[in-house]
Design a protein around this ligand. Structure first.
Ligand code: PDD
Length: 280
């Protein structure tokens, strides 16, 4: 792969960062993941707007304009001949050549890097079969609306899920689901209403989540933005997760109990089809 780092397009083996980079030492960095379909970026403006917001919240300087960023993304897609998959983008506060907690006083060059990931999005097996999840306590920090690279809690949640023979985890706080480990969480009630948690600092403001709500409104699918409990998921007619990399994956089992008879739900698959149509 050819990757991008601080102004240069280089083979991945030649991309280097300092051992003092604050992204590496403190997870002092933000990121974005954008889907690529048919060699085109999906919902890129939304992702860049969220990146700019993450930067503002952390007083991080984005060293390029949104237009320059998009040019970098499109060049990476072209040189790597990426048809389907994702672009990963990370921006860290850079390095002062030592380990100091305080933000650098002097102007420091941030570290901006991007790379491509080829993987099936449309014809993904998990979209067809669905995934099994287990609930696990949400031990993340309290600013989940900022997309930082401090992702050890989600890594632990996924590792726990795999140790239990499941595919992923639903994170739980005070008896209510916050999110999936790297996705927004949804249920469909027995009455056919979509439910997903409302926006706050408790969750990442998913770009896919926002589009799905807009599409639901346009297609007359009722929805509610509110917290839902673990018990509500046990009783739900359907459940699914949303993210840039999955779009929608049905959830067919939670804590060993089948949801909707253990098969991807009707509303879930309909919504996925509507989203895919929009994306193509
Ligand atoms: N994760 N919630 C969390 C905690 C996430 O990490 C993600 C995305 C989402 C969905 O957001 P969006 O629809 O904008 O992708 C929600 C990315 C894909 C990742 O970390 O790889």
């Amino acid at each position: 792969r050819t990757v991008y780092i601080n102004g240069d397009f280089v083979p991945e083996s030649e991309a280097k960062i300092s051992i003092f980079d604050r992204g590496f030492l403190f997870a002092d960095a933000v990121y974005e993941v954008m889907a690529v379909l048919n060699g085109r970026l999906l919902e890129n403006a939304g992702h860049i707007a969220r990146l700019e917001r993450s930067c503002r919240e952390l007083k991080l300087r984005l060293p390029v304009t949104a237009a320059a960023l998009e040019a970098i993304q499109n060049k990476l897609i072209a040189v790597n001949q990426l048809r389907e998959g994702a672009i990963y983008l990370q921006l860290s506060r850079g390095s002062t050549g030592d380990r100091e907690f305080d933000f650098p006083q002097a102007e420091v060059e941030p570290t901006l890097l991007l790379f491509t990931q080829a993987r099936p999005v449309i014809d993904n097996v998990k979209a067809r079969t669905g995934i099994r999840v287990v609930t696990v306590e949400d031990i993340r920090w309290h600013r989940r609306d900022i997309k930082t690279v401090g992702l050890l809690a989600p890594c632990l949640a996924k590792e726990y899920a795999h140790s239990q023979g499941a595919d992923d985890a639903f994170l739980v706080e005070d008896g209510f689901i916050t999110e999936g480990s790297s996705s927004n969480a949804w249920i469909v009630t027995e009455q056919g209403t979509l439910v997903t948690r409302q926006l706050s600092t408790d969750i990442l403001h998913g770009i896919t989540r926002r589009s799905l709500l807009a599409l639901a409104a346009r297609h007359g699918i009722p929805f509610e933005e509110r917290p839902f409990s673990v018990e509500e998921v046990y009783r739900a007619g359907e459940a699914f997760i949303s993210s840039a990399t999955s779009f929608i994956w049905p959830v067919v089992e939670i804590d060993g109990k089948p949801i909707g008879g253990g098969k991807p739900g009707r509303v879930t698959l309909a919504l996925r089809n509507i989203y895919v149509e929009m994306a193509l």
